[in-house]
Design a protein around this ligand. Structure first.
Ligand code: HEM
Length: 462
């Protein structure tokens, strides 16, 4: 069956399903759009961001949406988001959809593991993110950013959304695993890209079960196999080195912390989680922060002044901690263009959220994309106003969570901020960036919030 025929078949089956489910009684569930609107929902297939906006605009900020055989509950209400992340967090797991889609890639690593095993792994990994280590990581960010720009020529046009993917991969590999990725950076970067585009939600084939042998799935399975081969080679080398040296001679990094107590499969899952979960998100956050700087002369001036005042050399952790305005620009970039644009959970038991009962089997969607731009909480939401982060405000909590919140919040939050501030500082010390096109930017959401077209900038040496 061709991809086109398959798309047509899925479309028809979705239509049947949506019509059927919409006639069910809503009883205690969060409200479900009425039948006519459900059919209207089909217009959104392939446009997940417009769908989120359209559905909640029409039907409220807690709404049940049946899609195919799945039932989603979109929650764009801050009090209810807080319940899911904190007071009722113990009634939720990562859920069957995330396991089905991401399990093969990240296995039982931190992102998907649950219960006591997750607690144990998180406490083994957490020390890798303490302050002393963050200070070393900021040096790595600065060094590798400088090294990346050695290939840039004055006047080059660079696709920013792609340019920082190899950088953030190399930073993670070097800082956390003591690995110089060197030539295999391209393998990881390419496979990371193939894996991410498997989840391009603007394509209907993304909803096709993974066992169906369409070309996109074959590429995806090959990419995972290539990624695994490269990863296991690295792990075996490091384990042999580790076993051949006494513990004092071993490097002091996260990999060395895990080697004595974890087998290669366990470490593979944690390393894959960190590499795949940590590099694309940070690379996009760097790109979108620079996009705001290039787009707005007022923001650029204040960021440049602040960086120049903090240092004229390679930035250190102490330098980065002085960059309050620049940090607020990064917060605005992640408000408007959150690299992770939705968080997903599933109840493990019936649970009351925002006055409705949500049952196991329903995937809860907590969309940063909506909460970060909601005019009920944000003044002039579509405009980047870094100063809003320095003003008094009465916004409810839980309207902003680019790194998620609660016990399952991002372990790499501080690391990610160091990458953004470190890379942006080094780049602005050495270059001017100007937009070539692509303004305003439009999106093709995949695993992360990818721009639809390359985010191209012309770079000029300073
Ligand atoms: C701007 C950069 C980043 C963003 C926006 C981001 C976003 C997120 C989000 C939204 C989650 C929660 C997912 C959920 O609740 O289901 C998460 C979890 C996670 N992130 Fe990040 N992340 C970033 C950088 C990083 C970095 C640099 C690393 C690694 C050094 C990392 C490693 C992880 C891990 C391991 C988890 C799972 C944590 C757990 O469940 O215990 N992230 N991230």
């Amino acid at each position: 069956m061709s991809e086109e025929q398959l798309t047509q078949t899925i479309y028809s089956s979705l239509q049947t399903r949506v019509t059927k489910m919409s006639t069910e009684k809503a009883n205690e569930m969060a409200p479900q759009p009425p039948r006519t609107s459900m059919i209207g929902l089909l217009q959104y297939i392939g446009e997940p961001l417009a769908a989120l906006e359209g559905i909640t605009d029409k039907h409220g900020d807690i709404v049940t949406v049946p899609i195919g055989t799945e039932k989603l509950c979109i929650i764009a209400n801050p009090k209810a988001v807080k319940q899911v992340f904190t007071t009722k967090a113990s009634s939720f797991g990562k859920g069957h959809l995330q396991n089905q889609y991401l399990g093969r890639i990240v296995g039982n690593g931190l992102l998907l593991s649950e219960g006591d095993y997750w607690t144990e792994q998180r406490s083994k990994i957490q020390p890798a993110f303490n302050r002393e280590r963050l200070s070393q990581y900021s040096d790595t960010v600065a060094e590798l950013t400088i090294r990346m720009t050695n290939d840039w020529e004055d006047g080059d046009v660079i696709a920013l959304d792609k340019a920082f993917q190899p950088l953030t991969l190399q930073v993670l590999a070097k800082a956390l695993f003591g690995i110089e990725l060197g030539e295999i950076t391209d393998t990881f970067s390419r496979t990371g890209h193939t894996i991410s585009s498997r989840f391009d939600f603007t394509e209907l084939t993304t909803f096709v079960p993974e066992w169906v042998p369409i070309p996109k799935h074959r590429r995806y399975h090959r990419a995972i196999a290539e990624f695994d081969d490269a990863l296991y080679d690295l792990l075996e080398d490091r384990r042999s080195e580790f076993e051949a040296t006494d513990s004092e001679g071993s490097p002091d990094d996260l990999l060395t912390m895990l080697l004595p107590t974890c087998d290669n499969e366990t470490i593979r899952d944690e390393v894959a989680t960190i590499l795949l979960g940590g590099h694309d998100t940070s690379a996009l956050a760097i790109a979108y922060t620079l996009y705001l700087v290039a787009k707005r002369a007022d923001i650029e001036r204040q960021v440049r002044d602040e960086i120049a005042e903090a240092t004229d050399r390679k930035p250190t952790l102490e330098t980065l901690e002085q960059l309050e305005y620049t940090e607020n620009v990064a917060y605005e970039a992640m408000r408007l263009y959150p690299p992770a644009y939705s968080v997903f959970r599933e109840p493990t038991e019936p649970v009351e959220i925002g006055g409705y009962t949500i049952k196991p089997g329903t995937t809860v969607v907590l969309p940063q994309w909506l909460l970060h731009r909601d005019a009920r909480w944000w003044d002039d939401p579509e405009t980047a106003r870094p100063e809003r982060w320095a003003e008094e405000d009465d916004r409810p909590d839980y309207v902003y969570f680019p790194f998620s919140r609660g016990p399952r919040g991002c372990i790499g939050r501080d690391f990610g901020m160091i990458e953004i501030l470190g890379a942006v500082s080094v780049l602005l010390q050495n270059y001017d960036f100007s937009l070539v096109d692509n303004d305003p930017v439009s999106f093709a959401p995949a695993l992360t919030l990818q721009p639809e077209d390359d985010l191209e900038m012309r770079v000029r040496s300073r």
